[in-house]
Design a protein around this ligand. Structure first.
Ligand SMILES: C[S@@+](CC[C@H](N)C(=O)[O-])C[C@H]1O[C@@H](n2cnc3c(N)ncnc32)[C@H](O)[C@@H]1O
Length: 210
């Protein structure tokens, strides 16, 4: 399986993301992650942008990403900010793919995915794996971007998608809302479409395992 960000150093990724974090992502991350409890699985954590938003009450955060460099960078940053080690907050990291999660059914209270369904090979499989490892009543929270709803902007995104995917591995033309709605064991509880200047391409949602 391919990982789009295999060649992208974490520092480059963070510089690219910085303005987006300032304008949008940081407040959405805070809003979605602040209420989480228990055992949390994060799929595709990258360099760990979400770590600072996890509340103290969480038992443990397990992260899984196929990119060893991202995991190494995440681990380095986490060690310097109160995660891991003796007396630190519980953090477990694995190298692996969201399409084949190496965890038993119903093993997590919450699953977190932010900005990953655009770059995985099998978005439907990742969503069904996330649902499988969630306990009944558990939450899947996500921030993703997808094809805008405005026809003109959707056309632009479709045209740009193959070129944008070459350096980034990220597809601008995914229909992520349809993907998550297609998973029969998840119920969409809350959904916001964000980013008015770009035709609402961001999807921020909470889904509940039934
Ligand atoms: C755009 S980055 C997002 C990082 C972070 N979640 C954030 O919110 O900034 C996408 C991440 O998904 C990871 N990824 C790519 N393919 C994956 C897969 N099949 N399963 C899990 N993670 C994957 C990449 O290695 C990268 O760390």
């Amino acid at each position: 399986m391919r990982t789009g960000y295999q060649m992208t150093p974490g520092a480059f990724y963070d510089i690219f993301m910085w303005p987006l974090e300032r304008v949008w992502f940081s407040k959405w991350r805070r809003e979605l992650l602040s209420g989480l409890r228990g055992q949390v699985l994060e799929i595709g954590p990258g360099t760990g942008a979400n770590l600072r938003y996890y509340p103290e009450g969480i038992d443990c955060v397990t992260v899984i990403d196929p990119n060893r460099k991202m995991i190494a960078e995440l681990q380095r940053r986490a060690n310097g900010s109160g995660w891991g080690g003796k007396g630190g907050r519980c953090l477990r990291s694995r190298v692996g793919f969201g399409e084949m999660l190496p965890f038993p059914d119903s093993s997590f209270d919450n699953v977190v995915m932010t900005l990953i369904l655009c770059s995985v090979d099998g978005p439907n499989k990742v969503v069904s794996e996330a649902a499988r490892v969630l306990k009944a009543g558990g939450k899947l929270v996500l921030i993703e971007h997808q094809l805008p709803i405005s026809r003109m902007q959707a056309l632009l995104f479709k045209l740009a998608a193959p070129i944008w995917a070459i350096p980034s591995g990220c597809r601008l033309d995914r229909r992520t809302e349809s993907t998550i709605k297609a998973e029969p064991t998840l119920r969409l509880e809350k959904k916001w479409r964000k980013g008015p200047l770009l035709g609402w391409p961001f999807l921020v949602s909470v889904l509940r395992k039934v």
